[in-house]
Design a binder for this molecule. Sequence first.
Ligand code: SF4
Ligand code: SF4
Length: 132
Amino acid sequence: MKDCNQCGKCCIKYGDGALAATQEEIDLWEIFNPEIFEYVKNGQIWFDPKSGQKLTRCPFLELEPKKTPQAPNKYTCSIYLDRPEDCRHYPSLIDEMVRDECEMIEVIDLDNPKRAQVKLDKLMAGSRPAHY
Ligand code: SF4
Ligand code: SF4
């Protein structure tokens, strides 16, 4: 199991409407992060604040400037500390990572998915919400 290399596949895949935010998160954004709250509509994320249309891509996913033209794309989350809990949980299961082609997975993880899951849970302990 490798560290996340910021390939962005998960955010690109799930940032198009598959993500949800809790009412508590939305309430906190309304008070403390109006720049996030403006992308919420009727308790759902993410919507264009001007047109009201559902976005096909997370508006907070940013491509990092490349150090060399050959360097692979690397993405960051511009609301990392305030991102939805949904985002904090990913990746949670080996099967899901294989399906999503998550680049943390190594061949050795495929040989022993149970051991890989233990490694993943340790790696993710600091990112997942406390009650998980
Ligand atoms: S809020 Fe951040 S972590 Fe979540 S999908 Fe968007 S860019 Fe990714
Ligand atoms: S798909 Fe995996 S390696 Fe790529 S950004 Fe998401 S967690 Fe990181």
